[in-house]
Design a protein around this ligand. Structure first.
Ligand SMILES: *Cc1c(COP(=O)(O)O)cnc(C)c1O
Length: 372
């Protein structure tokens, strides 16, 4: 049975008339940069996340960069983060000239192990960048306590976690500022690249907005060296049409995750992702762990042979990547939990609209491939 890793075509078919109307309206107005749709989206994302401000930009990567730049983090500074994330998190740190410092992860959520955070703080540390990986929040209260003790900014990488909660708070509302991505495959995706920043700090929001618009306050007057990082009005219109459906989609993802638990829990040689009871994850990806590289490869090959989508998330930790090792002054740490995930953690299909029959087919192939 053919089961894609993610079914975006189905989602778009369901929303066809809403999306067509939204796109048509922008084409009719011919206002493609800035304008009412972008302002409305910023307002909607701030309200959704429970923050007072949102700044739309061109991607989640840019969102992270703009936050760091606006906070004045740069050369000689250290930013603590996780090695188990998409490289964009660390690219942003490197692009402002700061040095990434990695803390090991939890074995069953793949999130930063916050109990190891404080030991990584030095006199150079300026910020900590938790990544809510695969849509489950990092254990934020102890992290915020460490940040508070040492006067560190907290930058949430919420690119995979829009809608996730932690003790009743939304991802993206707990730190100094947060980055969201609207890359098409994210839980709320547009039709290209897009991103957004949330914060409760009005001054910081204004600074990030300015940096995203060539450092401009008044047209053709620039008081900072900025970048060109805007969200297109077309993308904003598409996102405004999709946002009202996000909670329903995230709930469907949680239900599908529960079905995998029912079908796969207790299978020897397969680790399922833990679900911490401090909040509601949004399962951007449902990532399982095989007992060895060989077992992971065997299961993934079996899935692919049946036309079932899968992929390694992530094959190689960031502190082991060539690009990261080249960063000036980088000291490669030994992070045993994260390293033990290399080539062993892979995603099973999970998306709103996946059927029980499809999940049963996935589980059957996984269990057969694992059987001795
Ligand atoms: C997708 C993603 C990003 C980058 O977002 P883009 O919009 O693709 O630039 C950053 N961090 C994480 C954890 C992501 O998953």
């Amino acid at each position: 049975m053919n089961v894609p890793l993610l079914d975006l075509k189905g989602q778009h078919r369901d929303l066809r008339s809403e999306l067509d109307a939204a796109i048509g309206e922008v084409m009719e107005s011919a206002a493609f940069i800035g304008g009412p749709k972008v302002a409305a989206l910023e307002e909607a994302i701030a309200a959704y996340s429970g923050t007072s401000h949102a700044v739309a930009c061109a991607s989640g990567t840019d969102a992270l960069f703009l936050i760091l730049a606006a906070l004045g983090i740069g050369k000689g500074d250290e930013v603590i983060t996780t090695p188990f994330t998409f490289i964009a998190t660390v690219e942003a740190i490197a692009h402002v000239g700061a040095r990434p410092v990695f803390v090991d992860i939890e074995e069953d959520t793949y999130n930063m192990d916050v109990s190891k955070l404080e030991a990584a703080v030095t006199e150079h540390t300026r910020a900590v960048m938790p990544v809510h990986i695969f849509g489950q929040c990092v254990d934020m209260d102890p992290l915020l306590a460490v940040a508070d003790r040492h006067g560190l900014a907290v930058i949430e990488d919420a690119c995979q976690a829009i809608g996730a909660t932690y003790k009743g708070r939304r991802a993206g509302s707990m730190g100094t500022a947060a980055a969201f991505s609207f890359f098409p495959s994210k839980n709320l995706g547009c039709a290209g690249d897009g991103g957004c920043i949330t914060t409760n700090d009005a001054e910081l929001a204004a600074k990030m907005k300015k940096l995203s618009l060539h450092g401009t306050t008044t047209k053709y007057f620039h008081d900072a060296i900025g970048v060109n990082s805007r969200l297109d009005a077309l993308q904003a219109a598409i996102l405004l049409a999709k946002l009202p459906h996000l909670d329903r989609w995230n709930e469907a993802r949680r239900q599908a995750a529960a079905v995998y638990v029912e079908l796969l829990e207790g299978s020897p040689g397969l680790g399922l992702p833990a679900w911490r009871d401090y909040g509601e994850p949004v399962w951007h990806l449902y990532v399982v762990k095989a007992s060895s590289r060989e077992a992971a490869e065997r299961v993934m090959t079996a899935l692919q042979n049946e036309g079932i989508g899968t992929g390694l998330y992530y094959p190689l930790c960031l502190h082991e990547q060539k690009a990261i090792r080249q960063i000036d002054g980088f000291r490669a740490p030994s992070l045993l939990v994260a390293e033990s995930c290399d080539f062993r953690t892979f995603a099973l299909p999970l998306f709103p609209g996946i059927t029980r029959k499809q999940q049963e087919a996935v589980a059957r192939v996984v269990l057969e491939a694992l059987a001795p």
